[in-house]
Design a protein around this ligand. Structure first.
Ligand SMILES: [Zn+2]
Length: 416
């Protein structure tokens, strides 16, 4: 054997040994060191969030005209998302929720029209600030944007009502850039039943809904099972040809009776399907104690307003409401959010969980330490503290959802 070869082999062996020895033990770090490590991981890893309600925040803020854009290229005093905070938190690809309230379902054409206008608004955001944001229609787009330091704006449509009663609209919205569709929102629709609705209109997925799922598979739109009833969930899983997502759902074990979150049975069924469940950070999704506690706070405020003859819009009342809410709301903690990740990991493994914050969509209910997109490293640090590896964090941040998305792309390509 050649002496140089032996030397090279020895060097390689030493390098691989020392690499393993150097793999940091995050559990033994001080909190300060661990947060630094979490920030470094957040900055160097692609981070996808399954659900951010910025388009609707812009709409509610009356930035409906395409000329007028809520300027999230700079720090905004309200809301949970903007460019500077996203950069701080290491968030690279927040799925923009093209959200259609169930109220629109009553008016034919209204859901599609709203979806079209919210898509235009999102595109307008990217074209107005091309040095900060870019549209993204695939994992490859997100990777390319990430390499350029741009924040990607992939789009998901929250409520399949947007396709109205016309199956051809599935392909129409694919062409408009929609890459997942949440089959329902708050109420049952033509596709299937919703978790917040007790009517049971279709008993699960409707016949039309079955065609919609098949068409989404065919064109390459991810099936999102957040917001659907348990029956719709099972029906959709039974017929989809590809893995699915839950773009913003948490673990029902921590919120007993809350069908909007996923039961252990559904988590296991989704893992079997190869899908990914993206954890929602909203207070009422994380801990049932929050819902009960915040109801008490609301009740106190209503009474206080009546006693003091004030309305919510009076400035004196607003100051009091803010202070009282901040002091008395039983906001969940980052630790409690990490409990949801632990539960899924213990039940089915690390490959089926991701981030689906619902930022800009859950009001003032967010956990302490996870109030906006700048604070993702706090969650990463907590997971590192619990023994998650860098590879685990990468799976949570993007690898799991990319696996699903690529499988959906591949299946659609095979149907052409
Ligand atoms: Zn939602």
């Amino acid at each position: 054997m050649n002496r140089n070869f032996i030397l090279a082999a020895l060097l390689a062996l030493t390098a691989s040994c020392s690499q393993k020895e150097n793999a940091p033990d995050y559990t033994k770090m001080s909190d300060e060191e661990r947060l630094k490590a979490a920030i470094e991981i957040a900055q160097s890893t692609i981070m996808v969030d399954g659900h951010v309600d910025l388009p609707y925040r812009m709409k509610v803020g009356r930035f409906t005209l395409q000329r007028e854009i809520l300027d999230v290229s700079v720090r905004t005093p309200d809301g949970n998302f903007d460019y500077p905070r996203s950069k701080e938190g290491g968030l690279d690809a927040p799925f923009m929720s093209i959200y259609i309230p169930a109220g629109n379902q009553a008016i034919p054409g209204a859901s599609k029209a709203l979806a079209d206008s919210l898509i235009l608004m999102t595109e307008r955001l990217a074209s107005t600030f091309p040095d900060k944001f870019a549209m993204a229609y695939s994992p490859a787009d997100i990777e390319a944007n990430f390499a350029k330091g741009l924040i990607s704006l992939p789009m998901g449509m929250e409520n399949g009502a947007g396709i109205e009663d016309d199956l051809s609209n599935v392909e129409y919205f694919y062409k408009r850039g929609i890459r997942y569709i949440t089959l329902t929102h708050g109420k049952d629709n033509l596709i299937g039943d919703a978790s917040y609705d007790t009517t049971g209109t279709n008993g699960g997925l409707s016949e039309f809904g079955e065609k919609v799922v098949a068409e989404m598979n065919r064109v390459g739109i991810m099936v999102d099972l957040s917001h659907v009833s348990d029956n719709t969930f099972r029906d959709a899983l039974a017929i989809t040809k590809v893995p699915v997502i839950a773009s913003h759902s948490s673990v029902r074990k921590f919120t007993p009776g809350f069908e909007r979150n996923m039961s252990d049975e559904l988590i296991q069924a989704m893992a079997k399907n190869g899908g990914v469940m993206m954890i929602n950070f909203g207070g009422s999704f994380i801990d049932s104690a929050y819902a009960a506690g915040s109801a008490k706070v609301r009740e106190h405020i209503v009474n206080w307003l009546a006693e003091n003859n004030l309305s919510r819009s009076d400035s004196a009342a607003q100051a009091y409401i803010q202070e009282y809410s901040e002091k008395n709301n039983p906001f969940p903690t980052v630790q409690r959010v990490a409990d949801h990740f632990d539960h899924v990991v213990n039940l089915v493994g690390i490959d089926y969980v991701g981030l689906g914050s619902d930022f800009d969509g859950v009001g003032d209910s967010l956990p302490t330490g996870l109030k906006d997109v700048s604070m993702f490293p706090n969650l990463i640090a907590e997971l590192l503290k619990r023994g998650y590896s860098r590879e685990d964090i990468e799976k949570i941040c993007y690898k799991n959802v990319f696996r699903v998305w690529k499988a959906v792309e591949d299946y659609a390509a095979s149907q052409k």
